[in-house]
Design a protein around this ligand. Structure first.
Ligand code: IMP
Length: 186
């Protein structure tokens, strides 16, 4: 992979600007705060891609929240395709039994990762479990899923930035963009 000194120059197109993302995160935070009013919410972020979204979203929620972090990796896929085989690298640090849980995800692509995660977390007997995803690529969905909060629907393109990576790079871009084909070449 050729990563130029300036990561931004590897991006062909900015799909979502920093300002668009910030406005949407504020809107989602307000909706969540309203719909869970009077309750306490456990936000479960799925590392690493959801890290910036989680950090921004939690600060836009005005009700009491606990946070927990999971890390999963799918294996057997390619650099840009998930296989649906999910391995838990880091599990929750506290029980969620009887709690209202909101999974905070960066992007739902085939849906296989989330499908696995939902089944896994339901097994821990939360009071409720819902999903908030910043990005949704419905064109590639392989399993039917109910996503309660969606930031943006995006076309079937591989995107980077605001937490999302290609080969672990580009997560620190403040916008979401599509890479130039040259950036994929090794
Ligand atoms: P799914 O299991 O196919 O829904 O894949 C979900 C995971 O694949 C996400 O949490 C991301 O880590 C990764 N992913 C899917 N699409 C993209 C993309 O366009 N850019 C970067 N990562 C992606």
């Amino acid at each position: 992979m050729n990563v130029s000194a300036d990561l931004v120059s590897d991006v062909a197109e900015v799909l979502l600007s920093e300002e668009q993302i910030a406005a949407k995160v504020a809107e989602l935070g307000a909706r969540i705060s309203k719909e869970y009013e009077g309750r306490e919410l456990t936000l479960v972020s799925v590392l690493k891609g959801s890290l910036p979204f989680m950090a921004d979203l939690m600060r836009r929620i005005t009700i009491p929240v606990r946070i927990d972090l999971m890390e999963v990796s799918s294996y057997g896929g390619t650099a840009t395709e998930s296989s649906g085989l999910v391995r838990i690298l880091k599990d929750l640090s506290a029980p969620i039994e009887g709690r209202d849980v909101l999974i905070v995800e960066d992007i739902i692509d085939t849906g296989l990762t989330l499908n696995y995660l939902m089944r896994y977390l339901r097994g821990k007997n939360p009071r409720s479990i819902r999903v908030c995803a910043l990005l949704d690529k419905p064109a590639r969905r392989l399993v039917e899923l109910d996503i309660d909060y969606i930031g943006f629907e995006i076309p079937d393109e591989f995107v980077v930035g605001y937490g999302l990576d290609f080969g672990e790079i580009y997560r620190n871009l403040r916008f979401v963009g599509v890479l130039r084909p040259e950036a994929y070449e090794s």
